[in-house]
Design a protein around this ligand. Structure first.
Ligand code: SF4
Ligand code: SF4
Length: 367
Protein backbone atom coordinates (compact mmCIF):
# COMPACT_ATOMS: atom_id res chain seq x y z
CA UNK A 1 0.00 0.00 0.00
CA UNK A 2 1.53 3.37 -0.97
CA UNK A 3 2.22 5.46 2.08
CA UNK A 4 4.52 8.13 3.38
CA UNK A 5 4.86 6.18 6.63
CA UNK A 6 6.32 2.73 7.24
CA UNK A 7 3.81 0.16 8.51
CA UNK A 8 5.60 -0.05 11.86
CA UNK A 9 4.94 3.69 12.38
CA UNK A 10 1.30 3.36 11.29
CA UNK A 11 0.95 0.46 13.75
CA UNK A 12 2.37 2.56 16.57
CA UNK A 13 0.10 5.47 15.63
CA UNK A 14 -2.97 3.22 15.69
CA UNK A 15 -2.16 2.11 19.23
CA UNK A 16 -1.67 5.73 20.21
CA UNK A 17 -5.06 6.60 18.68
CA UNK A 18 -6.62 3.79 20.74
CA UNK A 19 -5.31 5.20 23.99
CA UNK A 20 -6.47 8.69 22.91
CA UNK A 21 -9.92 7.16 22.37
CA UNK A 22 -9.89 6.08 26.03
CA UNK A 23 -8.66 2.48 25.92
CA UNK A 24 -6.22 1.32 28.57
CA UNK A 25 -4.40 -1.09 26.27
CA UNK A 26 -4.12 -1.74 22.54
CA UNK A 27 -2.18 -4.22 20.45
CA UNK A 28 -2.05 -5.78 17.02
CA UNK A 29 -2.39 -9.44 16.06
CA UNK A 30 -1.94 -11.17 12.73
CA UNK A 31 -4.77 -13.12 11.14
CA UNK A 32 -3.15 -16.58 10.94
CA UNK A 33 -4.92 -19.45 12.69
CA UNK A 34 -3.47 -20.41 16.05
CA UNK A 35 -3.45 -23.52 18.23
CA UNK A 36 -6.40 -22.01 20.14
CA UNK A 37 -8.39 -21.67 16.91
CA UNK A 38 -7.77 -25.32 16.08
CA UNK A 39 -9.17 -26.31 19.49
CA UNK A 40 -12.45 -24.51 18.84
CA UNK A 41 -14.29 -26.93 16.44
CA UNK A 42 -13.76 -29.81 18.89
CA UNK A 43 -15.06 -27.67 21.77
CA UNK A 44 -18.21 -26.94 19.77
CA UNK A 45 -18.57 -30.59 18.68
CA UNK A 46 -18.37 -31.68 22.35
CA UNK A 47 -21.37 -29.46 23.14
CA UNK A 48 -19.38 -27.23 25.53
CA UNK A 49 -21.10 -24.10 24.17
CA UNK A 50 -24.53 -25.27 25.31
CA UNK A 51 -27.33 -23.14 23.90
CA UNK A 52 -25.00 -20.35 22.68
CA UNK A 53 -25.78 -21.14 19.05
CA UNK A 54 -24.26 -17.86 17.85
CA UNK A 55 -20.86 -19.41 18.55
CA UNK A 56 -21.64 -22.00 15.88
CA UNK A 57 -22.28 -19.44 13.10
CA UNK A 58 -20.99 -20.71 9.76
CA UNK A 59 -20.09 -19.02 6.48
CA UNK A 60 -21.69 -19.81 3.10
CA UNK A 61 -19.40 -22.84 2.65
CA UNK A 62 -20.36 -24.28 6.03
CA UNK A 63 -17.12 -23.39 7.87
CA UNK A 64 -17.31 -22.28 11.50
CA UNK A 65 -16.68 -18.53 11.35
CA UNK A 66 -14.94 -18.38 14.71
CA UNK A 67 -12.59 -21.25 13.86
CA UNK A 68 -10.58 -19.04 11.49
CA UNK A 69 -10.64 -15.41 10.47
CA UNK A 70 -10.25 -16.61 6.87
CA UNK A 71 -13.78 -18.12 7.20
CA UNK A 72 -15.33 -14.86 8.42
CA UNK A 73 -13.35 -11.96 6.96
CA UNK A 74 -10.88 -13.22 4.34
CA UNK A 75 -10.04 -9.62 3.40
CA UNK A 76 -8.70 -8.82 6.89
CA UNK A 77 -4.91 -8.63 7.31
CA UNK A 78 -4.65 -7.48 10.94
CA UNK A 79 -6.66 -7.41 14.13
CA UNK A 80 -6.37 -4.36 16.38
CA UNK A 81 -7.40 -5.41 19.89
CA UNK A 82 -8.30 -2.78 22.49
CA UNK A 83 -8.94 -3.30 26.20
CA UNK A 84 -10.83 -1.13 28.64
CA UNK A 85 -10.37 -1.59 32.39
CA UNK A 86 -13.79 -1.88 34.08
CA UNK A 87 -12.61 -2.75 37.58
CA UNK A 88 -14.96 -1.00 40.03
CA UNK A 89 -13.07 -2.39 43.05
CA UNK A 90 -14.65 -3.86 46.16
CA UNK A 91 -16.72 -5.71 47.16
CA UNK A 92 -15.68 -9.12 45.90
CA UNK A 93 -18.07 -12.00 45.46
CA UNK A 94 -15.87 -14.22 47.60
CA UNK A 95 -16.23 -12.08 50.75
CA UNK A 96 -19.16 -9.81 50.20
CA UNK A 97 -22.70 -9.23 51.23
CA UNK A 98 -25.01 -10.91 53.67
CA UNK A 99 -27.08 -14.03 53.10
CA UNK A 100 -30.02 -11.85 52.07
CA UNK A 101 -28.08 -10.36 49.16
CA UNK A 102 -27.43 -11.71 45.68
CA UNK A 103 -24.54 -11.16 43.32
CA UNK A 104 -24.61 -9.46 39.94
CA UNK A 105 -21.35 -9.84 38.04
CA UNK A 106 -19.34 -6.65 38.30
CA UNK A 107 -19.12 -6.19 34.53
CA UNK A 108 -22.86 -5.39 34.68
CA UNK A 109 -22.64 -2.76 37.46
CA UNK A 110 -21.87 0.14 35.17
CA UNK A 111 -23.95 3.21 34.44
CA UNK A 112 -24.04 2.42 30.72
CA UNK A 113 -23.99 -0.85 28.77
CA UNK A 114 -20.34 -1.62 28.04
CA UNK A 115 -21.12 -2.61 24.44
CA UNK A 116 -22.06 1.00 23.71
CA UNK A 117 -19.10 2.40 25.63
CA UNK A 118 -16.50 0.17 23.96
CA UNK A 119 -18.04 0.52 20.49
CA UNK A 120 -18.03 4.32 20.85
CA UNK A 121 -14.29 4.24 21.54
CA UNK A 122 -13.66 1.83 18.64
CA UNK A 123 -15.54 4.20 16.31
CA UNK A 124 -13.32 7.07 17.51
CA UNK A 125 -10.26 4.92 16.75
CA UNK A 126 -11.64 4.02 13.31
CA UNK A 127 -12.27 7.70 12.50
CA UNK A 128 -8.74 8.60 13.64
CA UNK A 129 -7.27 5.88 11.42
CA UNK A 130 -9.18 7.11 8.37
CA UNK A 131 -8.02 10.68 9.01
CA UNK A 132 -4.43 9.49 9.31
CA UNK A 133 -4.73 7.61 5.98
CA UNK A 134 -6.17 10.70 4.34
CA UNK A 135 -3.32 12.87 5.61
CA UNK A 136 -0.83 10.31 4.30
CA UNK A 137 -2.71 10.13 0.96
CA UNK A 138 -3.25 6.39 1.46
CA UNK A 139 -6.37 4.64 0.15
CA UNK A 140 -8.90 4.18 2.97
CA UNK A 141 -8.48 0.69 4.47
CA UNK A 142 -11.45 -1.58 5.08
CA UNK A 143 -12.37 -1.87 8.77
CA UNK A 144 -14.93 -3.70 10.94
CA UNK A 145 -15.42 -2.98 14.63
CA UNK A 146 -16.87 -5.49 17.08
CA UNK A 147 -17.74 -5.78 20.73
CA UNK A 148 -18.79 -9.37 21.54
CA UNK A 149 -20.95 -9.68 18.43
CA UNK A 150 -18.27 -10.35 15.81
CA UNK A 151 -17.21 -13.68 14.29
CA UNK A 152 -13.96 -13.61 16.22
CA UNK A 153 -12.83 -15.06 19.53
CA UNK A 154 -11.55 -11.84 21.04
CA UNK A 155 -9.47 -13.47 23.77
CA UNK A 156 -7.32 -15.39 21.29
CA UNK A 157 -6.46 -12.28 19.30
CA UNK A 158 -5.98 -10.32 22.54
CA UNK A 159 -3.31 -12.80 23.57
CA UNK A 160 -1.48 -12.57 20.25
CA UNK A 161 -1.82 -8.77 20.31
CA UNK A 162 0.12 -8.73 23.58
CA UNK A 163 -2.82 -7.58 25.73
CA UNK A 164 -2.41 -10.49 28.11
CA UNK A 165 -2.16 -14.24 28.45
CA UNK A 166 -5.17 -16.57 28.63
CA UNK A 167 -5.24 -17.80 32.22
CA UNK A 168 -6.26 -21.21 33.51
CA UNK A 169 -9.69 -19.64 34.13
CA UNK A 170 -9.82 -18.89 30.36
CA UNK A 171 -9.92 -15.09 30.95
CA UNK A 172 -7.41 -12.71 29.42
CA UNK A 173 -5.02 -11.52 32.14
CA UNK A 174 -2.74 -8.53 32.02
CA UNK A 175 0.21 -8.33 34.36
CA UNK A 176 -0.64 -4.74 35.43
CA UNK A 177 -4.44 -4.54 34.98
CA UNK A 178 -5.57 -8.05 35.92
CA UNK A 179 -8.57 -9.56 34.12
CA UNK A 180 -11.31 -6.92 34.55
CA UNK A 181 -11.05 -6.00 30.89
CA UNK A 182 -13.63 -5.34 28.20
CA UNK A 183 -12.26 -6.24 24.79
CA UNK A 184 -13.10 -4.63 21.47
CA UNK A 185 -11.60 -5.47 18.09
CA UNK A 186 -11.12 -3.64 14.82
CA UNK A 187 -10.38 -5.81 11.81
CA UNK A 188 -8.52 -4.00 9.07
CA UNK A 189 -7.23 -4.68 5.58
CA UNK A 190 -3.96 -2.92 6.53
CA UNK A 191 -1.03 -5.27 6.98
CA UNK A 192 0.21 -3.92 10.31
CA UNK A 193 3.16 -4.95 12.47
CA UNK A 194 1.96 -7.56 15.00
CA UNK A 195 2.86 -7.52 18.68
CA UNK A 196 4.10 -10.54 20.61
CA UNK A 197 2.04 -12.61 23.06
CA UNK A 198 3.18 -12.22 26.68
CA UNK A 199 4.34 -15.23 28.69
CA UNK A 200 1.81 -17.28 30.66
CA UNK A 201 2.20 -16.14 34.27
CA UNK A 202 -0.23 -18.56 35.93
CA UNK A 203 2.66 -20.77 37.01
CA UNK A 204 1.66 -23.46 39.51
CA UNK A 205 -1.39 -21.52 40.77
CA UNK A 206 -4.73 -23.35 40.66
CA UNK A 207 -6.90 -20.97 42.74
CA UNK A 208 -9.50 -20.40 40.04
CA UNK A 209 -9.84 -24.11 39.29
CA UNK A 210 -10.21 -24.95 42.98
CA UNK A 211 -12.72 -22.17 43.67
CA UNK A 212 -15.23 -22.90 40.91
CA UNK A 213 -18.38 -24.04 42.72
CA UNK A 214 -19.86 -25.95 39.79
CA UNK A 215 -16.71 -27.68 38.59
CA UNK A 216 -16.83 -25.94 35.21
CA UNK A 217 -13.15 -26.51 34.39
CA UNK A 218 -12.61 -30.04 33.02
CA UNK A 219 -8.90 -29.11 32.86
CA UNK A 220 -6.77 -25.95 33.21
CA UNK A 221 -7.44 -23.54 30.33
CA UNK A 222 -10.65 -25.36 29.41
CA UNK A 223 -14.15 -24.25 30.28
CA UNK A 224 -17.29 -26.34 30.05
CA UNK A 225 -19.67 -23.41 29.60
CA UNK A 226 -22.67 -25.64 30.26
CA UNK A 227 -21.57 -25.90 33.92
CA UNK A 228 -20.55 -22.25 34.32
CA UNK A 229 -22.79 -20.01 36.44
CA UNK A 230 -22.32 -17.16 33.97
CA UNK A 231 -23.82 -19.29 31.22
CA UNK A 232 -26.52 -20.77 33.47
CA UNK A 233 -27.75 -17.41 34.78
CA UNK A 234 -27.46 -15.40 31.55
CA UNK A 235 -27.58 -17.57 28.43
CA UNK A 236 -29.46 -20.68 29.54
CA UNK A 237 -33.18 -20.61 28.88
CA UNK A 238 -35.56 -22.86 30.79
CA UNK A 239 -34.55 -25.40 33.39
CA UNK A 240 -31.21 -25.28 35.17
CA UNK A 241 -29.92 -28.82 35.88
CA UNK A 242 -30.68 -29.74 39.50
CA UNK A 243 -27.18 -31.00 40.25
CA UNK A 244 -25.77 -27.50 39.58
CA UNK A 245 -28.32 -25.44 41.53
CA UNK A 246 -26.80 -25.64 45.00
CA UNK A 247 -23.36 -24.68 43.67
CA UNK A 248 -24.80 -21.52 42.17
CA UNK A 249 -25.10 -19.99 45.61
CA UNK A 250 -26.52 -16.46 45.51
CA UNK A 251 -25.25 -15.55 42.04
CA UNK A 252 -28.25 -14.12 40.19
CA UNK A 253 -26.47 -12.75 37.10
CA UNK A 254 -23.05 -13.98 36.08
CA UNK A 255 -20.24 -15.10 38.35
CA UNK A 256 -16.91 -13.50 39.31
CA UNK A 257 -15.50 -16.17 41.60
CA UNK A 258 -12.69 -17.45 39.37
CA UNK A 259 -11.53 -13.87 38.79
CA UNK A 260 -12.04 -12.70 42.37
CA UNK A 261 -9.63 -15.35 43.66
CA UNK A 262 -6.97 -14.63 41.04
CA UNK A 263 -3.81 -13.13 42.59
CA UNK A 264 -3.29 -10.97 39.49
CA UNK A 265 -6.49 -9.11 40.33
CA UNK A 266 -5.47 -8.34 43.91
CA UNK A 267 -3.69 -5.09 43.07
CA UNK A 268 -5.57 -4.32 39.86
CA UNK A 269 -6.15 -0.57 39.42
CA UNK A 270 -9.67 0.83 39.33
CA UNK A 271 -11.31 1.96 36.11
CA UNK A 272 -11.03 5.63 35.21
CA UNK A 273 -13.95 5.55 32.76
CA UNK A 274 -16.84 7.66 34.13
CA UNK A 275 -19.42 5.60 32.19
CA UNK A 276 -18.26 2.45 33.97
CA UNK A 277 -18.73 3.65 37.54
CA UNK A 278 -21.00 1.25 39.45
CA UNK A 279 -24.72 1.68 40.08
CA UNK A 280 -25.15 1.16 43.81
CA UNK A 281 -28.39 -0.83 43.42
CA UNK A 282 -26.57 -3.51 41.41
CA UNK A 283 -23.89 -4.17 44.03
CA UNK A 284 -25.00 -6.95 46.38
CA UNK A 285 -28.69 -6.44 45.50
CA UNK A 286 -31.26 -7.42 48.09
CA UNK A 287 -32.79 -10.75 47.08
CA UNK A 288 -36.24 -9.87 48.44
CA UNK A 289 -36.22 -6.68 46.34
CA UNK A 290 -35.28 -8.61 43.19
CA UNK A 291 -37.93 -11.27 43.85
CA UNK A 292 -40.65 -8.63 44.13
CA UNK A 293 -39.89 -6.70 40.92
CA UNK A 294 -42.72 -6.32 38.42
CA UNK A 295 -41.95 -6.71 34.73
CA UNK A 296 -42.28 -2.93 34.32
CA UNK A 297 -39.81 -2.29 37.15
CA UNK A 298 -37.41 -4.86 35.67
CA UNK A 299 -37.48 -3.06 32.31
CA UNK A 300 -37.03 0.34 33.91
CA UNK A 301 -34.24 -0.62 36.31
CA UNK A 302 -32.23 -2.70 33.86
CA UNK A 303 -32.71 -0.51 30.79
CA UNK A 304 -29.31 -0.14 29.14
CA UNK A 305 -27.85 -2.86 31.38
CA UNK A 306 -26.50 -6.29 30.34
CA UNK A 307 -28.81 -7.78 33.03
CA UNK A 308 -31.76 -7.53 30.67
CA UNK A 309 -30.16 -10.33 28.62
CA UNK A 310 -31.29 -12.77 31.33
CA UNK A 311 -34.88 -11.62 30.70
CA UNK A 312 -37.48 -11.00 33.41
CA UNK A 313 -38.41 -14.60 34.16
CA UNK A 314 -34.82 -15.79 33.72
CA UNK A 315 -33.71 -13.38 36.45
CA UNK A 316 -36.60 -14.46 38.71
CA UNK A 317 -35.63 -18.11 38.15
CA UNK A 318 -32.07 -17.25 39.25
CA UNK A 319 -33.35 -15.28 42.23
CA UNK A 320 -35.54 -18.21 43.31
CA UNK A 321 -32.46 -20.47 43.40
CA UNK A 322 -30.47 -17.81 45.28
CA UNK A 323 -33.27 -17.52 47.87
CA UNK A 324 -33.15 -21.30 48.30
CA UNK A 325 -29.38 -21.23 48.68
CA UNK A 326 -29.47 -18.32 51.16
CA UNK A 327 -30.26 -20.42 54.23
CA UNK A 328 -32.61 -17.60 55.29
CA UNK A 329 -35.92 -18.98 56.51
CA UNK A 330 -37.40 -15.49 56.25
CA UNK A 331 -37.57 -16.10 52.49
CA UNK A 332 -39.96 -19.06 52.85
CA UNK A 333 -43.09 -16.89 52.24
CA UNK A 334 -41.48 -15.25 49.18
CA UNK A 335 -40.63 -18.65 47.76
CA UNK A 336 -44.10 -20.02 48.52
CA UNK A 337 -45.54 -17.19 46.46
CA UNK A 338 -43.04 -17.76 43.63
CA UNK A 339 -43.87 -21.49 43.68
CA UNK A 340 -47.38 -20.53 42.55
CA UNK A 341 -46.08 -18.18 39.84
CA UNK A 342 -47.86 -18.21 36.52
CA UNK A 343 -44.51 -18.85 34.82
CA UNK A 344 -44.00 -22.60 35.15
CA UNK A 345 -40.20 -22.35 35.03
CA UNK A 346 -40.06 -19.82 37.88
CA UNK A 347 -42.55 -21.90 39.90
CA UNK A 348 -40.56 -25.13 39.47
CA UNK A 349 -37.26 -23.49 40.53
CA UNK A 350 -39.04 -21.93 43.52
CA UNK A 351 -40.39 -25.36 44.57
CA UNK A 352 -36.83 -26.73 44.44
CA UNK A 353 -35.64 -23.72 46.45
CA UNK A 354 -38.33 -24.31 49.08
CA UNK A 355 -37.16 -27.89 49.54
CA UNK A 356 -33.55 -26.67 49.77
CA UNK A 357 -34.42 -24.05 52.37
CA UNK A 358 -36.42 -26.57 54.39
CA UNK A 359 -33.45 -28.98 54.34
CA UNK A 360 -35.37 -31.59 52.36
CA UNK A 361 -32.69 -32.04 49.68
CA UNK A 362 -29.70 -34.29 49.82
CA UNK A 363 -26.28 -32.66 50.14
CA UNK A 364 -25.10 -30.69 47.08
CA UNK A 365 -23.41 -32.91 44.51
CA UNK A 366 -21.97 -30.31 42.12
CA UNK A 367 -18.43 -30.66 43.40
S1 SF4 B 1 -17.45 -17.88 36.30
FE1 SF4 B 1 -17.95 -18.99 38.19
S2 SF4 B 1 -18.96 -20.89 37.53
FE2 SF4 B 1 -17.94 -19.99 35.72
S3 SF4 B 1 -15.97 -21.02 35.68
FE3 SF4 B 1 -15.67 -19.12 36.86
S4 SF4 B 1 -16.02 -19.73 39.02
FE4 SF4 B 1 -16.81 -21.36 37.71
S1 SF4 C 1 -6.19 -17.87 39.69
FE1 SF4 C 1 -4.12 -18.54 39.29
S2 SF4 C 1 -4.31 -20.16 37.73
FE2 SF4 C 1 -6.23 -19.01 37.76
S3 SF4 C 1 -5.99 -17.47 36.17
FE3 SF4 C 1 -5.33 -16.53 38.09
S4 SF4 C 1 -3.10 -16.89 38.18
FE4 SF4 C 1 -3.95 -18.25 36.62
Amino acid sequence: MPSGLPLSVISKNIKHLATEAGFDLAGIAGVADTAEHRFFPGWIADGRAGEMKYLEARNETGQLKRASLSNAAPWARSVVVCALNYNPGEPYSTHAGTTTQGWISRYAWSQRDYHEVVLGKLRALEAGLLQMCERQKMPAPRTWCYVDTGPVIERIFAQYAGIGWIGKNTCILNEHLGSWLFLGVMLTSLELTPDLPPPDRCGSCTRCLDACPTNAFPAPYQLDATRCISYLTIEKRGTIPEELRSGMGRQVFGCDICQDVCPWNREAPLTKAPELQPRVAFVNPDLGWLAGLSVEEFREIFRGSPVKRARFNGLRRNVALALGNSGEERFLPVLEELSRDEDGMVAEHARWALRRLRGELRRPSAK
